[in-house]
Design a protein around this ligand. Structure first.
Ligand code: ADP
Length: 223
């Protein structure tokens, strides 16, 4: 599970690039976009036009994932509905149905792009399938800390270990050769040590990360 408690911190970007990195290492990978209200997978990964809709097998009634560069993709954004306007229980039911009736085949990794926050859908996913581990994505802002702590505690309650913290937009390297930390330093390390999380990854702000997502080709695929 790739999660963040705030929106816009780079959770989907991390999930997608992690998935394609695992795939490039030879693993069989799928991505499940559990964000019904704002699915970003169809924007970040653009399969060929015409192959970008989920289809249901008429005999088995299983959903056939969309596929791009060998990674299997399921998102509400790949249905004809696009994005949902519905109440919590209905949304949770739909996520459960999409997750468990998809014909994923044999996978080494299924990455779940969780919606922001700690709500119904997180609990549903946590109860529907055994999540092996969670990666929490955050930014260096002090304000992000309380939310991250909430996320880690939620996974602890679901008995899911958090194996990594990604401190995204951590720094950028200027043309002058200097490294800048526009949002401050140290919050990732604080989270890592306070919650004993094994891995901390600091991701720089990079134009290619953003343009890759906007163009539908994750930067680890294009570069
Ligand atoms: P979330 O899933 O947390 O809502 P997104 O992954 O959609 O966040 O990222 C929000 C925006 O920030 C996107 O436009 C994305 O391309 C951009 N972005 C994320 N990480 C980086 C980065 N390291 N460098 C530059 N842009 C980034």
């Amino acid at each position: 599970a790739v999660a963040s408690c705030k929106g816009g911190v780079g959770k989907s970007t991390t999930c997608v690039n992690l998935a394609y990195t695992l795939s490039q290492s030879g693993a069989r990978v799928g991505i499940f976009d559990a964000d019904l209200y704002g699915p970003s997978l169809p924007i970040m990964v653009s399969p060929e036009y015409g192959k970008s809709k989920l289809v249901m097998d008429p005999v088995t009634k299983e959903l056939q994932p969309v596929e791009y560069e060998g990674v299997k993709l399921v998102s509400f954004g790949f249905t004809t509905e696009g994005s949902a306007m519905m109440r919590g229980p209905m949304a949770s039911g739909l996520v459960d149905q999409m997750l468990t009736t998809t014909d994923w085949g044999d996978l080494d990794y299924l990455l779940i792009d969780m919606p922001p926050g700690t709500g119904d859908i997180h609990l549903t996913v946590g109860q529907s399938i055994p999540i092996t581990c969670a990666v929490i994505v955050t930014t260096p802002h002090k304000l992000a800390y309380a939310d991250v702590a909430k996320g880690i505690r939620m996974f602890a309650r679901l008995n899911v270990p958090c194996v990594g913290v990604v401190e995204n937009m951590s720094y950028f390297d200027g043309d002058d050769g200097k490294r800048y930390f526009p949002f401050g330093e140290g919050s990732g390390e604080r989270i890592q040590s306070e919650f004993a999380i094994p891995h901390l990854v600091q991701m720089p702000i990079r134009e290619e990360v953003s343009s890759g997502s906007d163009e539908g080709v994750p930067c680890v695929v294009s570069d």
